[in-house]
Design a protein around this ligand. Structure first.
Ligand code: 13P
Ligand code: 13P
Ligand code: MG
Ligand code: MG
Length: 366
């Protein structure tokens, strides 16, 4: 049975500021998706949030990039925006950058990750969602999940993954893509994905079967809008067990809270803190950035779950480490490397400052 799993998300308004989603918006989203399930367009759905981002998780048989599914998501975001407007939430309709729907939400502001799969006899999937960070934040964890032998012991001892995984990498600024085969091309792969503001892992494939293993959202809001309008706050779907990493191998990378782009005004580096869904409430300096992981078993497309995977006590130490790292980064205030490097700011907040000072810069003559 072919099933498509679509995760489509948008910030339609924050409560309070950019820290959380209002329950009335989540309830509205569920009301909008219920009729689509009754009519059979959706097999199943689950509405959740990560910080101020509204997350629509949907299963169906329409395939990837389907107009009906994308319109359903867009219309849901528009209706939820109306709820947010009445409550005067913050940044109402923040990620809806187009006036009207035109065939596909890609390029219109929302983030999208979709995969069409043949459901296995048991199909565990983990959906990662992040707030206060950029598309590209999945590069390091995806590398660890699918290529780092110190994380995924399955590559060493399980015959069905000995052939390795292939990484599809997108250059989002030049609109180019390339596929690298792990393990033999990991040095080349890391040259690119080690620069996550430009190169992003879009998808990972099991090489022996060609099966999709993971897919992420790579929409860059600032590139679509041409200015800073909020962070991308990306999502990523990962299949687990069998020829894919075990659930524990999928989650293990988040025990090390590495630095990502985002945090206050989307202009800082900060630790990505793994949290329970209810703790995705970035409040300190609008952060630090958060990641949640929602687990399901698929059963003929039905979403059996969710399980709140990063709520587990074994991530407590990572949370403490992230808070310690947050302190150290905050020591720097407006200085790099807490503040993003200039070339990143030039895409977002620098141009206005520079324009104001035009004519004040003089040549150095002595
Ligand atoms: P169980 O014996 O609990 O099924 O675990 C098997 C396994 O491979 C865990 O990674
Ligand atoms: P969001 O992208 O989550 O809306 O955050 C925007 C921001 O500027 C936080 O300081
Ligand atoms: Mg927001
Ligand atoms: Mg957000």
């Amino acid at each position: 049975m072919k099933i498509t799993l679509s995760v489509i998300k948008a910030d339609i308004g924050g409560y309070v500021g950019h820290s959380e989603s209002h329950p009335a918006c989540l309830a509205k989203a569920a009301d909008c998706l219920a009729p689509a399930k009754e009519k059979g367009l959706l097999i199943d759905y689950h509405v959740t949030k990560c910080g101020d981002d509204l997350q629509l998780i949907m299963t169906h048989q329409q395939g990837e990039g389907d107009e009906k599914i994308h319109k359903l998501a867009w219309d849901t975001f528009v209706e939820c925006t109306e709820v947010a407007r009445k409550l005067k939430l913050y940044g109402v309709g923040q990620d809806l950058l187009a006036d009207a729907f035109s065939g596909n939400v890609k390029g219109m502001g929302p983030g999208v990750a979709e995969m069409e799969i043949s459901e296995r006899p048991s199909e565990p999937v983990i959906i990662f969602m992040a707030d206060k960070t950029s598309a590209g934040a999945w590069n390091l964890p995806l590398y660890k999940m699918f290529a780092d032998l110190f994380n995924i012991i399955g590559l060493v001892i399980a015959q069905n993954m000995h052939g390795g995984f292939a990484f599809e990498v997108h250059n989002v600024k030049e609109h180019q893509k390339i596929v690298f085969n792990a393990p033999e091309e990991i040095y080349d792969l890391l040259v690119f994905i080690g620069a996550p503001s430009r190169y992003m892992v879009k998808a990972v494939y099991h090489r022996e079967t060609g099966e999709i293993a993971a897919v992420s959202s790579t929409q860059k809001l600032a590139l679509i809008a041409g200015r800073y309008v909020g962070k991308d706050d990306p999502v990523c779907i990962v299949r687990a067990q069998g020829q894919f990493p075990a659930v524990g191998e999928v989650l293990e990378p988040f025990t090390q809270p590495v630095l990502v782009e985002g945090w206050m005004r989307g202009s800082h580096h900060g630790p990505l803190m793994p949290v329970a869904i209810e703790d995705s409430t970035p409040a300190r300096f609008d952060g630090p950035p958060r990641v949640i992981a929602v687990g399901f078993q698929l059963a003929e497309g039905k979403l059996i779950g969710p399980r709140d995977m990063l709520a587990d006590k074994s991530f407590d130490k990572a949370r403490r480490l992230a808070n310690d790292l947050a302190d150290i980064m905050r020591y720097h205030g407006p200085f790099e490397p807490h503040r993003l490097p200039l070339e990143e700011m030039e895409y977002t907040t620098m141009p206005q400052v520079q324009e104001k000072l035009t004519g004040r810069f003089e040549p150095i003559t002595d």
